[in-house]
Unconditional design. Sequence first.
Length: 175
Amino acid sequence: MTRLRALALVPVLLALGACSAGVTAGSDDGYDADEIAAEVQKAQEKVTPDLEVSDATCPEDADLEEGAVIDCSVSIAGVKAPYEVTVTSLEDGHAEFDLAPAKAIISVDAAVGFLEDQAEQQGLTGVTVECGDAAIIVQDPQTTFPCTLTNGDHVQDISLLIKDLDGTVSIDSTS
């Protein structure tokens, strides 16, 4: 089997850009962790409508001051994904937040499709690709995850390099 060559960076992702949510915050009570968690879950559901999104949580005791970052999490198809919730403004008992994943969230189906397309563009036919059993991969940028290309009896292990939090990946040329 011809080896798959490293090509240009191509985004294969379930991108979730930062979004804003306004939540009322009582001066003595801090903030409502359940309300912020619900906003995190709602934001993720918008970009992954075909996947189960559940179990969003945020800590009850986070500091509510401008610039503070609250570490939250949400489960996407059974995989826990960390979120950073940043307090962008706080006045008159009302807080504004930016929500963003703390790690890249990659669609395994998109990664498989990317590798199948790359193989086809290089003239390889009948290639099957496996990148694990999970629906998504949640990892830090500048890390890799493995996939396996199979064409008949020929097997090639490929590593995909996660370039950034947006989920841009490329074939790792060191694999």
